[in-house]
Ligand binder design. Structure first.
Ligand SMILES: [Zn+2]
Length: 105
């Protein structure tokens, strides 16, 4: 099972293959990402079923068909957003400890 070795964040349900087929059929086999300039569908050959809101919601309303390019782009944006939201480990290092320690010299 290739999925077990992947590092996907989303855990796919057992019936994912069936869900995937439904999305491909529903979206007409093409990428539904809106183009920025015209607002029309991308229309490229759809290869990837994407979670509109990332996570474990595999409801058909949360899934869309994307081309590889749009899916990669969306995933990159999402992981960048996740990184931005995570507090940086160095940000809140307390300074109190140092001030409370008497200077031995
Ligand atoms: Zn596309």
């Amino acid at each position: 099972m290739a999925w077990e070795t992947s590092n996907r964040r989303e855990r796919l349900p057992d019936n994912w293959a069936a869900i995937r087929r439904r999305i491909i059929r529903r979206d007409g086999g093409v990428c539904v990402a809106p183009l920025l300039d015209s607002g029309q569908r991308c229309g490229e050959y759809g290869t990837d079923v994407d979670h509109i809101i990332p996570g474990d919601n595999h409801d058909l309303s949360n899934l869309q068909l994307l081309c590889r390019w749009h899916h990669t782009r969306k995933t990159q944006r999402e992981s960048a957003a996740a990184r931005a939201m995570r507090p940086r480990p160095q940000a809140n290092v307390p300074r109190v400890e140092r001030e409370a320690t008497p200077d031995p010299w």
